[in-house]
Write a protein that binds this ligand. Structure first.
Ligand SMILES: [Zn+2]
Length: 346
């Protein structure tokens, strides 16, 4: 995928580099970072999509029926995010063919977006000079601009009690599940406020029916549009686990991993204004949207580059029923083309 895209970008006059993200995460390639000088001398337009996809995602046989692209039903389609890749190539190609004024372009094709944004997290941001970015990877209709997406922290809590024979001397044991259950009843979980959620979604523990449960582990995530609120909720959960464990003579090991910061952009922020202007220029109506999921846009914002995620029109992503209307694919290329025109005229 990276080799193919690199060749296409070079053919359009880009210089292309790969960063070291691949070595860092044990992949076959790094992120592709491509640059093309324009004739305007203004701040560059940065377009980004991801090269990886979920499984089953090899041997895809795309079909077009009644104007809709699908797989043959045995794999995903991979429009997430090939639609973004294709739209960027098409939009740039069209702008070049029409001989229009061109802004400086920076194109970033990331690796390993699925399952943790590990490509963008390891992206060499020192290679970029853009001051804002457009991610082409939202499963919303074309014209949508995702300006709000929560930050995320992954949490693991391991309650450690004391094992004992459940039939012979249970009073010598401390049941880790009982400790955890007490802690959970004292804890705020689920919807914390309009901007914040907390979920413990995995739990495991126990070795045998006749052993007092020694360890009980829970994993979950805390999300918020406001980083401080996310941190406060994580502190709340950790404190309750620790206090309750102490009461029972148990202890708790907490593993807290910050995953990424939020996308939280206002309608009058420049990146949103320019996305809206481009969408209008493409003959569509811009619609701002909030989502609960993460994307490379979260990482760009965390690294100080305001970035919104634009709707690509694919549906049913991560399923065998994934589909994309040909007309939507054409429209997202129109939006990319309009962004180029917008930056060229700025
Ligand atoms: Zn995606």
């Amino acid at each position: 995928m990276a080799d193919l895209l690199e060749a296409r970008l070079r053919a359009m006059g880009f210089s292309v580099q790969r960063d070291e993200a691949g070595e860092r995460i044990g992949g076959e390639t790094g992120n592709l970072i491509a640059k093309r000088k324009g004739n305007r001398g203004s701040a560059p337009l940065l377009l980004c999509a991801h090269m990886d996809r979920v499984s089953p995602g090899t041997g895809i046989k795309p079909q077009i029926k009644d104007g809709v692209i699908t797989s043959d039903g045995t794999t995903i389609l991979g429009a997430d995010d090939a639609a973004g890749l294709a739209a960027i190539l098409e939009g740039v190609q069209r702008a070049i063919e029409q001989g229009m004024d061109m802004p400086d372009l920076e194109v970033v094709f990331t690796i390993a977006e699925e399952g943790g944004l590990n490509g963008s997290k390891n992206l060499d941001f020192s290679l970029l000079s853009a001051r804002e970015a457009y991610i082409i990877d939202s499963s919303t209709p074309v014209g949508s601009i995702v300006n709000q997406a929560p930050a995320q922290t992954k949490v693991t809590y391991r309650v450690i009690g004391k094992a004992a024979h459940g039939g012979v001397e249970p009073e010598k044991g401390i049941n880790a599940l009982v400790v955890a259950a007490h802690a959970l009843t004292r804890m705020k979980l689920g919807r914390i406020d309009a901007e914040t959620t907390a979920n413990l979604g995995i739990a495991r523990g126990g070795a045998a029916t006749n052993i007092v449960m020694e360890t009980f582990e829970m994993q979950g995530d805390v999300r918020s549009l406001v980083t401080e609120k996310m941190e406060a909720q994580v502190r709340h959960m950790t404190e309750i686990f620790e206090r309750t464990a102490a009461e029972f003579g148990a202890r708790v090991e907490a593993d807290v991993q910050f995953a990424y910061g939020p996308v939280n952009l206002r309608p009058d922020d420049r990146v949103i204004q320019r996305a809206s202007a481009a969408i209008r220029r493409a003959g569509l109506t811009p619609v701002l949207k909030a989502t609960g999921g993460g994307s490379d846009a979260n990482v760009f914002n965390t690294r100080g580059i305001p970035a919104c995620n634009l709707g690509t029109g694919y549906r049913g992503a991560h399923s065998l029923q994934e589909s994309l209307e040909v007309a939507e694919l054409e429209r997202i290329a129109d939006v990319v083309f309009a962004l180029i025109a917008e930056y060229a005229s700025a």
